[in-house]
Design a protein around this ligand. Structure first.
Ligand code: NAP
Ligand code: ZN
Length: 352
């Protein structure tokens, strides 16, 4: 066991502050990674403030962060994928049972014994797992991903959650040429969804509550932009979409988007607002439309997504901040004021 610097929150209304945590020494199958960049996901904020208390209550202190890139500093004797000095990345999971049907299918995110990168039981040290707002992390090599060498690291970090969470449902629902695809909410997830849908060859329509994001949406790859508070603009798209990805973090009218789906169209929720969303039954019945959800992606698909990003030069648009600005970044996230992901430069933790 060793001590690592981190930023943690002591309670739901406490700010994140400098602290020390314990990490395990790397065992046979483990890699130890010096964290270089960690993205700020809205899930970090939901968890720090215990907004998901009904589904996954937060244990304090919490060290959030699950969009991690860094450099391997040590490997255990059985490790084959990495050597010291390699780049490596960690997303939302650090363990699973490896034996259930979902693990065998490479869908570790649906394993009943999956362990999240933070706020999950830590089988090695007791207590809970601590995430990427930290100088280092130790994980089983199965949960460490390879980062294509051509990608800038600050923008690559958000691929580990915002990237895979939007890539996976688009692959599942076969987004591609000839498909009309909507993206609701141009935040961290939404802007990655636009990049992927565009790269996959779909016709992309962005729905935003922020008129000021229109130009950016087009630059990111949108063919059309709709300000969702404008009912007339919304109506023009009635019954026309093959697929809509909803990446909104707060309460909103999901039925308004279901009515925009065509025959057999699907709306997938990846956004996880704390409160249940009402759904109009007739919106689904008419047109045999479907509503579904999706959680991150499995390890093989996460590697596939990173390789796809390497080939297509896709990374997140990031605002790089020092860790000391993390509380300010959370306030701005709540105001939809980020273009389009905060990425923490972990070198800033050295001065704490
Ligand atoms: P984010 O960067 O804060 O983006 C959320 C966007 O939603 C905002 O930029 C805004 O876009 C829109 N929005 C915010 N409040 C709204 C409101 N009241 N009404 C309508 N639109 C609103 O958040 P994120 O990191 O992308 O995460 C989005 C959600 O996905 C969060 O709930 C997060 O926990 C969840 N998530 C789920 C998974 C998964 O596996 N399913 C993984 C990661 C994150 P506009 O300004 O364009 O309107
Ligand atoms: Zn996330």
């Amino acid at each position: 066991m060793y001590t690592a610097k981190a930023y943690s929150a002591a309670g739901a209304s406490s700010p994140l502050a400098s602290s020390k945590i314990s990490r395990r020494d790397p065992a046979e199958r483990d890699v130890q990674i010096e964290i270089l960049f960690c993205g700020i996901c809205h899930s970090d904020l939901h968890s720090v403030r215990n907004e998901w208390s009904e589904f996954m209550p937060t244990a304090y202190p919490i060290v959030p962060g699950h969009e991690i890139v860094g450099r391997v500093t040590k490997v255990g004797s059985d490790v084959t994928k990495f050597k010291p000095g390699d780049l490596a990345a960690i997303g939302c999971m650090v363990d699973s049972d490896g034996t259930c049907p979902n693990c065998h299918a490479g869908l570790e995110q649906f394993c009943p014994n999956m362990i999240l990168t933070f706020n999950s039981p830590d089988r090695h040290l007791g207590g809970v797992t601590y995430g990427g707002y930290s100088e280092s992390i130790v994980v089983d090599e199965h949960f460490a991903l390879s980062v294509p060498a051509n990608l800038p690291l600050a923008g690559a970090a958000p691929l580990l959650c915002a990237g895979i969470t939007t890539y996976s449902p688009m692959r599942h629902w076969r987004v591609g040429p000839g498909k009309k695809v909507g993206v609701v909410g141009l935040g961290g997830l939404g802007h990655m969804a636009v990049k992927f849908a565009h790269a996959l060859g779909a016709h992309v329509v962005v729905f935003t509550t922020s008129p000021g994001k229109k130009d950016d949406a087009c630059r990111l790859g949108a063919d059309e932009v709709v300000v969702s508070r404008n009912i007339d603009e919304m109506k023009k798209h009635t019954s026309s979409f093959d697929f809509i990805l909803d990446a909104v973090s707060a309460d909103h009218d999901v039925s308004a988007y279901i009515s925009l789906l065509g025959l057999d169209g699907n709306l997938t929720l990846v956004g996880a607002p704390p409160k249940p969303l009402p759904v109009a039954a007739f919106g689904l019945i008419m047109g045999r439309r479907s509503l579904s959800g999706s959680a991150i992606g499995g390890i093989p698909e996460t590697q596939e997504m990173l390789d796809f990003c390497g080939e297509h030069n896709i990374t997140a648009d990031v605002e790089v901040i020092p860790i000391q600005k993390v509380n300010e970044a959370y306030s701005r996230l709540l105001k939809s004021d980020v273009k389009y992901r905060f990425s923490i430069d972990m070198a800033s933790l050295k001065s704490e």
